[in-house]
Design a protein around this ligand. Sequence first.
Ligand code: NAP
Ligand code: F7E
Length: 326
Amino acid sequence: MAKKALVTGITGQDGSYLAEFLLAKGYDVYGMVRRTSTVRYERIRHIQDKLHLVQGDLLDQTSLVRAFSDIQPDEVYNLAAQSFVPTSWNQPVFTGDVTGLGATRMLEALHTVAPQARFYQASSSEMFGKVQETPQRETTPFYPRSPYGVAKVYGHWITVNYRESYNLFAVSGILFNHESERRGLEFVTRKVTYHVAKIKLGLAHELRIGNLEAKRDWGYAPDYVEAMWLMLQQAQPEDYVIATGVTHTVQHLLDVAFQCVSLDWRNYAVQDERFMRPAEVDLLVGDASKASALLGWEPTVTFEQMIEKMVAADLERLKKDPDNVI
Ligand code: NAP
Ligand code: F7E
């Protein structure tokens, strides 16, 4: 019998790569989708006929209980979230509800109707915020700097709490930033590679950007979904940091991305107050030595290789369709 996996957030960046990964391993993959008036399944269109899509919403407990009860999954990956940090200041209550309480609703549904299922919670390096130690590891205290980060801290601790209260196989993966050709356009890496491609093709003339000094540990999303799966294959449920251990400034991102098309970012980038944050996370760099030792996990794509792939993909998309906004 094939194993059954339930993935929330399957239409997102990570959900789409995880679904591909699990299908390749022979899983029956159930993806939770929200009803919207316009269907946006672009990231899973190519595998849609191989997936079982079920309607549900992290705000709606009944839909979660029904999904767990009907599917009786072996593994559950809770990737759904309001995941864009600036939006979390505009919609802090909604972000807390989906990104924080949503994890509780998932765990409560699992605990009630499918307690045998193994559970993965998508925790985030944003929990480290104003970092208390460098590099950040599993034992580093949290100090979140946005309503999103605060919601993820709640999601993390409720996962630990359900594991300890009910003896569930529930783990929290503390993943540092990971990007790809499928990254949403609002996140800084994709925003930059998309604009680089537009500028190169003469479709845009500037890139408006925020804080150039912030440092992030950026990895490649397909590497990171493998780590999620590995965490659920272990004998014991434990939490892991997943990161490359290398950090770059946003300015270096500009250097690398514009160099891909032989342009100098200084001629195109315009700093814009609108993209500054009320509280910034200045530096993130992770120590994934626990994941390396226990999961055998290592990143395989460098920052430079990833940005090159992203610029190439954006050039290709925009050459085919200059109005492309995916
Ligand atoms: P993403 O592209 O923003 O995808 C988020 C997914 O959540 C989408 O499928 C979205 O569905 C779904 N969703 C949002 N609200 C929902 C709700 N109320 N009910 C059900 N589904 C809902 O995010 P991602 O980059 O793939 O990240 C996946 C997870 O990892 C998120 O939890 C994120 O916070 C976390 N994380 C990401 C990173 C990173 O660098 N990418 C790092 C650490 C942690 P729609 O398509 O309908 O909007
Ligand atoms: O910002 C700076 C910005 O929005 C990265 C999410 O996946 O990773 C992501 O959160 C940095 C910040 O990602 C612009 O101030 C400068 O310092 O790409 P981002 P994020 O906030 O780190 C974590 C791990 C998650 O969990 C989240 O879900 O770049 N920055 N100028 C900018 N950022 C954006 N978006 N746009 C700019 O114009």
